[in-house]
Write a protein that binds this ligand. Sequence first.
Ligand code: NAD
Length: 295
Amino acid sequence: MACIAVVGLGNMGGPMAANLRKAGHTVQGFDVSARCREQAAAGGITVASSVEDAVRGADAVLTMLPNGEIVASVWREAVAAARPATLMIDSSTIDVASARAVHDVARGAGHLSLDAPVSGGTEGATAGTLTFMVGGDPDSFAAGQPLLAAMGRRIVHCGAAGTGQAAKICNNMILGVTMIAVSEAFNLASQVGLSHQSLFDVASTSSGQCYALTTHCPVPGPVPTAAANRDYRPGFAAELMLKDLGLSQAVASASGTATPLGAAAHAIFDAFVEQGGRGRDYSAVVDYLGRLPAT
Ligand code: NAD
């Protein structure tokens, strides 16, 4: 069994660290938030006092952090403190250029490295059923696969460094667009006397079926584990969805790709986050859409 440093013990990193521990690994965790450190300690994680302290003696380092800037700063610290040929894995969702830059930092210091962002949300992180989309060379992938298997059910090697993040950005553009579509349908149903449950019963077994509907259903009732049943406490925070849609729009404009629905979803989440959505689950966009004037 390995000793693994986990940096970022939030909504996703906390349960991922717990699953590594359940698989028999020693986990040394660090987070800047005292609340996250306390929760992790209660779950049997050895809590470190800094990134350097967490990384000391570890065979692998896993980061699960809010954005590329923070990942770059944590990796600089971690790479310097890690012992030779440590496996560095970043599972945060960040832009492709930052992912490639941190790979270079790790490889330059003689470490193995992977970008391994995830899909499956906090439910998948807790259940150990995440999908990992992985970028990196074959040696790093071979070293990382058993660790990722302790936290996920499906592990896809997408190609060279950065391709895991490219897959994640495309996937979340689909999720942002479909959450808006599902929310609009529930708002429309309410206006014409169709109950939320009836719409769910039909669409979840018909051609409207999608993850935004069947796992993150934006209205209370049909899916008991959805954030809608706990007053939209995240889950997946609206500002993180806005970040992801911003990443896909940046790639779309840099590559000259037309993504009109991706652009519209970005504008809608931008307005929603500005107007009270920050800190709420992204599925609460249903409330924001319901308040818009009819077109
Ligand atoms: P979160 O805000 O709950 O967790 C991030 C944690 O990082 C926080 O606890 C924060 O205190 C910690 N942190 C910030 N700066 C730090 C630093 N310098 N050193 C140590 N810790 C630091 O966010 P989350 O929902 O766990 O998401 C983490 C990443 O996973 C994001 O990139 C997000 O886009 C991605 N993601 C989230 C979900 C989801 O459903 N929540 C799903 C897939 C991917």
